[in-house]
Write a protein that binds this ligand. Structure first.
Ligand code: SF4
Length: 224
């Protein structure tokens, strides 16, 4: 089976298994999702969702983030980790949104990616989930790990993985594809001990058959 054929069958399977898959960060508009996505680096969505209600109530515009007091903001997001860098990124991105986009989060890859602290992954999250635009595939640690285990890519670099996925996953599924892999990574295909014996896509997974024989994932695959 080619990678493209496997991807097509995986789409059918994941649709059945995770019909309600969605972005697990809470947000009501593009600005909130941009902030939540920056906060989610090296942090669980659950933790981010504990911090954002107060944050979103206090900072309602890009200008509010841009003009926030850094020391206060750091305290407000401290529990998400890497709070100094995240504070810098959010304030800088918000300042650029104010200066270059009249306070509105832009809706193109080029413009989002040009905001300070906003990489391709964050831009893809915002475009796909806040604007309903599939301009790429979100590749986080789960999508990277599962794409490798499912033998859909040989790469480690997220942008190369994304390029491989964009070739074999039809564009209309790009946003859901990431949700499906993230959901499966969180619920079944764990980094260190994938639950292959219970896996709904075992028949489509070349690695699962190996793991079932050897008893555990190869150390090289246990990336997080
Ligand atoms: S069979 Fe195992 S390695 Fe493959 S997707 Fe399922 S849990 Fe992951």
């Amino acid at each position: 089976m080619t990678a493209r054929e496997r991807a097509a069958q995986l789409i059918e399977a994941f649709r059945e298994v995770y019909p309600g898959a969605h972005c697990e960060l809470n947000f009501k508009n593009p600005l909130e999702l941009l902030v939540a996505t920056i906060l989610s680096a090296q942090c669980t969505d659950k933790r981010v969702n504990m911090v954002t209600p107060k944050l979103f109530a206090k900072y309602r515009t890009a200008a509010a983030y841009a003009n926030s007091d850094p020391a206060t903001f750091e305290k407000e997001i401290q529990s998400t980790g890497f709070f100094r860098n995240k504070t810098k990124s959010i304030r800088a991105a918000a300042s650029a949104v104010v200066a270059k986009h009249r306070g509105k989060v832009p809706d193109t890859m080029e413009q989002l990616n040009a905001l300070p602290g906003v990489g391709r992954k964050t831009a893809n999250v915002v475009l796909g989930n806040a604007f309903g635009k599939a301009e790429g595939v979100v590749v986080d640690t789960h999508v990277a790990r599962l794409s490798q285990r499912l033998r859909l890519t040989k790469h480690n670099d997220p942008e190369k993985i994304e390029a491989d996925l964009m070739k074999i996953v039809p564009r209309e599924h790009w946003t859901m594809w990431s949700h499906w892999l993230i959901w499966h990574g969180r619920r079944r295909c764990f980094a260190r001990k994938p639950d292959c014996s219970q896996c709904e896509v075992l028949r489509l997974c070349p690695s699962g058959k190996i793991y079932m024989r050897t008893g555990e994932a190869r150390p090289a695959d246990a990336t997080s």
